[in-house]
Structures are given as structure tokens and as C-alpha cells.
Ligand binder design. Sequence first.
Ligand code: NAP
Length: 330
Amino acid sequence: MSAKPKVLITQKVPETVQNYLNEHCDCTYWDKEGTMPRAELLEKITDVEGVFLSGGAVDTDLLDRAPNLRVVSSSSVGYNHFDLEAMKARGVLGTHTPYVLDGTVADLVLALMLSAGRRIAELDAFVKAGKWQKGAVKGTELFGMDIHHATVGIIGMGRIGEAIAKRAVHGFDMNLLYYSRSRKQDVEDKYGARYCSLNELLVESDYVVIITPLTPETEHMIGKEQFSLMKPTAFFINASRGATVDEQALIEALNNGTIRGAGLDVFDVEPTPIDNPLLKMPNVVTLPHIGSATDKTRYDMAMLAAKNLVGALTGGEAYVVQELQGIGNI
Ligand code: NAP
């Protein structure tokens, strides 16, 4: 029997995932909180064939230190941390965890829409600060905007985009517009979605949601010009990656009243610095990149990432990212 492949696991994983990995691989684990620091990763990666991680650059610096590396398994669906060209050049497969997190991320997007539109976070703080006094609230000052029957425009109609569409249409009777790289007839049939140009979507939507991957094509896809097309009453929701949006342009659009508010799970720099002006804006809901962060979904992602690692190392099944399919033995 051949020796088990040596692998490095750079974050804590549930016990059943560990048991599975131990069955198939010779594992070295990071068992402290958080993720293995970069310096230690660079040191420990020198003789492994596989690595399990969920972020941090997989770049030439890392790859050059890992002559035996064959598989990088990311416990995430997004893989903008992969240097795809460098991995391709070295024949290193990269895998990710699609499908298992769609509903969880879509739930969070609806939560951001509701929280921004109905001012949940802002008014929770208002009540807790003791500002809800008799006679203190007059007129329309605490009013928000409806979700139901409003128009949502989804940019990036992929797996998560469709899960958002389903909730928006079946749950909230929303009108649905979308813009994506390719047209999705099945989504149009199922949810009455209308495909349109990015500009049309921005002009017509009450809620603009971006959920594309971060790629050279989508980097800063939304900037000053795009915000200027949006309604002054509209909300902007980002659960993709911070860099799909020009954050300075977003700050300006919010400061100038070009748009009404925003719901953000992702930022240019993460963790976002405490002096980011977005953190001072009551009309902006800010979250610490928790799109897939539920117990069940993070467990499912870790198990799928473990199976991808084993599958890709042994010529079995694995979710190899599209750009690297066909470069190895699967
Ligand atoms: P997916 O199924 O690949 O969907 C992405 C969609 O974006 C696809 O429909 C794709 O078009 C479209 N797209 C790609 N490039 C585009 C472009 N230049 N212009 C317009 N549309 C473009 O991916 P997914 O599983 O839904 O995940 C999407 C992204 O969400 C991930 O890559 C990740 O960055 C982000 N995410 C964030 C969190 C979080 O915690 N906030 C959690 C999970 C995922 P085609 O259909 O033509 O390929």
C-alpha cells in the first residue's frame, strides 16, 4: 500500500472532518484559534502534497516553496486568493466549495436588504440608546423602504444569485432584474426575471445586489459612474468581495445622497479599519464577512473541502475551480 499523502490543514476543523482526513492523509493540523500565520504556513508547506485553507494568497511566493504541492483545497466558494496562472504553470489543482452555502449566503443578503431598507440596525441602536421617548419621534423620520413589491437588481446570476432571486420573488413578491455574464433562461422562467444591461438595472432597481466572483473583469465594476445611475432612494448591497466595488466612490455616493443606504458584508480591506467612514454612517449596515457563517454551513464547507482535498489527491471526485479543470489527473 502506498503511503498516505502529506497534507497541511491551516485552520481548526470539526472532529468528524479530522477523522475523515486522517483516514486518507498524513495530516499536520493548526489547532489554535484563527488560521495558521503566513510565516508558519510558508515554513510548513515545503514538503506537503496538499493544503487545506480558506483564504490568504496562494501566490508564487507560496507555490515556489512547495515543490511537492499538487492540491490547494479552499473551504470557500470564492477563490480570488488563487493565482490561477501560477497554479496552472505548476500543475497545482485548486478546489472550492460550491452549492453547500448558497441558501445561507442568500439568507444573509435578504437580511442586509431588510436591515438597510427598514433601518433595523440603526433603529435597534436608537431604542437601546434611550432615544425612543414620548413625543420625540415625529412625522416620517423613522420610516424606511418596503422590500415587498420593490424591484431588486441582481448582478451575477449564479448559484447564490439564484437563491437570492428565489427568496426575493417567492418570499417578498419582488420584481426581479438581473445582469450577468450569460443569460439564464431557467431563472427567467422560474422567477419571472428580466435580463437587462448593467446600466438599466442600476437605473430601475430599488435594491442593487452584487454577488459576482472577484476577477479582473469584476474588479471595481461598480464605481462613481454606476452609483450616479442609481435612484437616490435605492440601497446598494455587497456580499461578493470588497474589491468589486470602488469603496471610495461608495462613500462619496452615500455622503452626497446619490443613494440612500447600503448593506455590506465585505470590504476593500478586511478587517476594515476602524476609521473607515462607512462605519460612521447610520444608513449603512456593516457585517464582518459572515455570508456563510452558520454552524451547519461551515461544517458542510469544511467536510466538502476535505473531500475535495482527498478526491483531487487520489484521482477521485473534487470541485476543481473552472479555470484549473483538466490540468491534473481529474
Ligand atoms: P457562481 O455560481 O459562479 O456565480 C457567479 C455569477 O457571476 C455567474 O452567473 C457568472 O456568470 C457571473 N459573472 C462572472 N463574471 C461576471 C462579469 N464579469 N459580469 C457579470 N457577471 C459575471 O458563484 P456563486 O457560488 O454564486 O458565488 C459568487 C461569489 O459570491 C463568490 O465568488 C464569492 O466571491 C461571493 N461569496 C461571498 C460570500 C460571503 O461570505 N459574503 C460567501 C460566498 C460567496 P456565468 O454564469 O456566465 O459564469
